[in-house]
Design a protein around this ligand. Sequence first.
Ligand code: SF4
Ligand code: SF4
Length: 296
Amino acid sequence: MAAKGIKEPAEWLETTIKNFINESPENTLQNEENERAWADPLVGYSRGDDPLYQEYKEKIGAFYWTPTEIFNETFPGLKVEPDQLTIISWVLPHVQATTSDNRMQSVYPSERWARARIYGEEVNAKLRGHVVTTLQGSGFEAVAPMLSPQWARKTSERYGLASTWSERHAAYASGLGTFGLCDGLITAKGKAIRVGSVVARIQIPSAPRPYNDHHAYCLFFTQGICGKCISRCPVGAITKAGHEKVKCQKHIRPTTADYVKSHYGFDGYGCGLCQTKVPCESKIPSKQDVEMYESL
Ligand code: SF4
Ligand code: SF4
């Protein structure tokens, strides 16, 4: 579909996303100081007919949506083909105060981190809605898979805990980052992030994907070094074999949920220790970053 009066759709959407995060009062941790939840975002694009999306479905499970499936489920009258769709993906980096706070923690999340997990994710949900509304206001049908009433948690035969759509997999396909030993996405702004995406009937070229391997930015896989996320995990959910999702989830809920309620006074949870005080926290790590962390 031709851009309806929008000459540069990639720039238009990037500006929409960045303005929402950088200028809107919605971007808040909802603490007394009304601090921002997220720093300047990264934005990437991938095509609906990118073979990666079919590959995800084959590997994760039949329940996993391709972009075309969730789009056509949302707009059953349109019946689009994969090459008519673009996936708009973004990375929201934690502000420095949040990562600094969480670096000091060894078992439970800092208050800012827990706030970002709950109120920051509310900002992310509003951003998804804002991107959809902006696109639809200009005549482009769009859906945020995570906001779809059909989105559900599932169990993958191969990977265990899973869901019908993964924001991190959309970000990987959109050139924004690769997976680390702990399963987190390592991006140009590091791994202390959250991600979001929207599928739209709009033509935008895919962003360059500067990697061929899904572990390309993790030094454990590329150079056999680092593994700093292993010792950061308070419950041993990360080993050289990878991330044990069930062990991780049991720590997050109920353990951290009880802590957040009793110490910070709101209903929340979170952890992110493996996302902070590690060489990939705020950047794509190098060997020198690992050496620096070894001297801490
Ligand atoms: S801390 Fe090291 S091993 Fe863990 S994800 Fe980051 S780069 Fe990979
Ligand atoms: S989020 Fe926390 S519990 Fe889960 S793997 Fe990371 S450090 Fe471990």
